[in-house]
Design a protein around this ligand. Structure first.
Ligand code: PLP
Length: 396
């Protein structure tokens, strides 16, 4: 077999890769090409809510592969029809419709386009997004991303967006005018450092948008489908958006995205399209994700284990000069560190048989499968505390 590293020059270096090649996964564990086992708290960056190779999910995908793989959106298929109904009911979006895409950026692209169309028809040209946010890498989702370093080499981008500082209601109040089509936000800023928005802020944004006739779009690409202990994280703050975007966990590891909008906002024929969007295999996979989360009580497990992780890390690193904060919702958790040592910590974790990611240079991010149990959490907390202590030069 060719060494995968010798093939690296053929791949565009858009990701800084960790020095390992993974070949197999089962449950909360993955194995590399040398047979080493890892406890997977990266979870494909929040894409494997059922863990790896879950029997119910595998069975659903295999059965659909044997039946029908892809026919485009020119025809009805049962898995897509069932999934659309399931998403609308589960996400409690009232009378709503789903557009199927293939990724988080594409789900947001659809959400942005439908709000843009609605807004232009009313003279409302601008969508307000948050500084520090992340909404994707396509041209419009990058324009909506509140991180100038990611945008700078591609500007000018579409001028549809304006930005406000999260939690600052005065600046939102000043910018939200009759020119505003909507406000776009992540209930927890994920790539921006795992920063949950307060329930008070989210509710106030909802009230202000309603008062001033604008829409609220929740980017639940990372937070949705149970990740935060609820089907969508906005519901934890009792906020009902007009549009939400889903992706990451939705397919249980296969690529699918969805824009879910109030029915009166939905696209009309000719507005938008995606050849692969909502194919039978990914929809069958997503239905198995919904079934399994419901059957196995994984929302409750995400809440419980998320709290155990947060408490465990705080207790294990009590008094540590390098720990700033442990925060998050459910199983989207950020461990804030005083210096830009998060990458080093994740490398130390790899050496100790555990995977995690970073959400910014000083934040280690945990997005494990929703199936983790007490033992997985205890092991992870021990490894995290040891890695952080080692990287901080033994300062306990
Ligand atoms: N929106 C949010 C909140 C995300 O976290 C991400 C990815 O990290 C995206 C959008 C983009 O998703 P994708 O990488 O699937 O295009």
């Amino acid at each position: 077999m060719t060494d995968v590293r010798s093939r690296e020059p053929f791949v565009m270096p858009t990701y800084g890769r960790y020095p390992l090649s993974l070949v197999r996964g089962e449950g909360t564990r993955v194995w590399d090409d040398e047979g080493r086992e890892y406890l997977d708290f990266a979870g494909g960056i929040a894409t494997v809510p059922l863990g790896h190779s879950h029997p119910a999910w595998r069975e659903a995908v295999h059965a659909q592969l044997d039946m029908l793989t892809m026919v485009s959106n020119l025809y009805f298929t049962q898995p897509q029809a069932d999934l659309a109904a399931r998403i609308v009911e589960t996400m409690a979006m009232g009378e709503a419709q789903v557009f199927f895409a293939n990724s988080g950026a594409e789900a947001n692209e659809a959400s942005i386009k439908l709000v843009r169309k609605w807004g232009l028809a009313r003279g409302r040209k601008t969508i307000i997004a948050l500084e520090g946010s992340f909404h994707g890498r396509t041209a419009s989702t990058l324009a909506a991303t509140g991180q100038p370093s990611k945008r700078k080499d591609f500007e000018p981008l579409v001028d549809w967006f304006d930005f406000v500082v999260p939690e600052d209601l005065d600046s939102l109040g000043a910018k939200l005018t009759e020119q505003t089509a909507g406000v776009l936000l992540e209930p927890v800023l994920g790539e921006g450092g795992v920063k949950p928005l307060s329930a008070g802020y989210l509710r106030a944004v909802r009230e202000l948008t309603q008062e001033r006739g604008a829409l609220l779009i929740a980017d639940e690409v990372q937070t949705g489908v149970g990740r935060c202990g609820a089907w969508r994280a906005s519901s934890l703050s009792e906020v009902q958006p007009d549009v939400i975007s889903l992706a990451k966990g939705l397919g249980g590891g296969l690529p699918i995205g969805a824009s879910v909008a109030r029915a009166d906002l939905a696209f009309e024929p000719g507005d938008h399209a995606s050849t692969f969007g909502g194919g039978p295999v990914v929809c069958a996979a997503a239905l198995a994700v919904f079934d399994t989360i419901e059957r196995d009580g994984l929302l409750e497990n995400a809440t419980k284990q998320g709290e155990r992780i947060q408490q465990g890390v705080r207790a294990a690193l009590e008094g540590s000069p390098v720990l700033t904060e442990v925060r998050g919702r459910g199983l989207l958790i950020g461990i804030g560190l005083v210096d830009d040592i998060a990458n080093q910590v994740t490398l130390e974790l790899i050496a100790d048989g555990m995977l995690a990611t970073t959400a910014s240079p000083d934040v280690v991010r945990l997005t494990p499968p929703l199936i983790i149990d007490d033992q997985d959490v205890d092991t992870a907390v021990d490894k995290l505390a040891a890695a952080i202590t080692r990287v901080s030069g033994g300062r306990p």
